[in-house]
Design a protein around this ligand. Structure first.
Ligand code: COA
Ligand code: AMP
Length: 243
């Protein structure tokens, strides 16, 4: 079986507006491209990359999904801090992560193009570029349509499908815990993920209209090099949604 990574990125006015990917068999490339072309609402530049994969690794099941709702972001953030602590991140370091995402983790202002890598012990940032960050790439579901249907039944969207795949790969690569909320001003649900806790959706982790967002991957700094290699390079297919 020959598997191909199909990746799309689009920009508008020089700004990245959409990115998405699939890992599919050769005969499904046209369908994957058609789906990816529908993703950006508008663009003036769009690039599709096809890459034949030499090796693929399978993950049996995703993280289990749980959801919690709060009256306001400050309450959800207190709970996120406790979850990160339970996942093995000292409260002080977890607090630093939450503050970093709320103020904007890109030192030149605005959002990063990937995730912060934070040393779980010192809170130091380990990503080689603080503007770019680290991106989790080459990950998809073995049967995307089936898992998408299962998530839709649970009132979740394609956004959760993609974020759950990313979080599942991250932990499989050695990330200890992840904190994420979107940079989309209309999407206020975020999550904390760890092997012990699963994928815990928290709503709302930010206010409506807030353009700031990002991801923090808490890791053991001694493993930084192998974790970065795994996140950015290893091709992974997830077989099923954990119920
Ligand atoms: N955010 C911002 N800019 C991005 C980006 C992202 N997610 N992905 C790509 N870019 C831009 C950057 O300018 C990048 O240059 P850089 O490496 O200096 O940052 C440039 O595009 C080229 O990126 P590259 O990594 O070569 O793209 P690619 O063709 O391999 O595709 C994507 C990678 C787009 C598939 C991947 O980054 C992505 O966005 N995946 C989907 C993530 C997702 O599902 N998010 C939703 C979960 S809620
Ligand atoms: P999103 O959930 O798409 O709104 O992305 C939220 C933030 O996560 C972005 O602002 C980026 O900082 C970061 N990000 C986006 N894509 C990736 C990725 N593939 N891997 C790691 N971080 C990402």
């Amino acid at each position: 079986m020959s598997l191909v990574s199909v990746r799309m990125r689009a920009s508008y006015g020089g700004l990245h507006v959409s990115g998405a990917e699939r890992i599919v068999e050769e005969e499904s490339i046209p369908q994957a491209v058609e789906e990816l072309l529908k993703r950006p609402k508008r663009y003036d530049y769009l690039k599709i990359t096809l890459e034949r994969l030499k090796r693929i690794e399978y993950i049996e099941t995703s993280l289990p999904v749980k959801s919690f709702s709060f009256a306001k972001p400050s309450e959800a953030r207190v709970f996120a801090l406790e979850l990160l602590h339970q996942a093995g991140v000292e409260r002080e370091i977890a607090k630093r992560g939450i503050e970093l995402l709320s103020c904007g983790a890109n030192p030149t202002g605005g959002n990063m193009r990937g995730a912060v890598l934070m040393d779980v012990e010192s809170g130091n940032r380990l990503e080689p570029s603080k503007e770019r960050g680290i991106r989790t790439v080459r990950v998809d579901w073995e049967n995307r349509a089936k898992v998408k249907g299962e998530l839709l039944e649970l009132d979740m969207t394609e956004r959760t499908l993609d974020a759950l795949a990313i979080a599942t790969k991250n932990l499989n690569c050695g990330v200890i815990a992840e904190l994420c909320w979107s940079d989309d001003p209309d999407y206020t649900t975020g999550y904390v993920a760890s092997l012990k806790l699963g994928y815990v959706r928290l709503s709302p982790l930010k206010d409506e209209g807030d353009h700031m967002g990002g991801r923090i991957y808490f890791i053991d700094s001694r493993r930084a090099r192998e974790i970065i290699e795994c996140l950015e390079k290893k091709a992974v297919l997830i077989k099923s949604l954990r119920r």
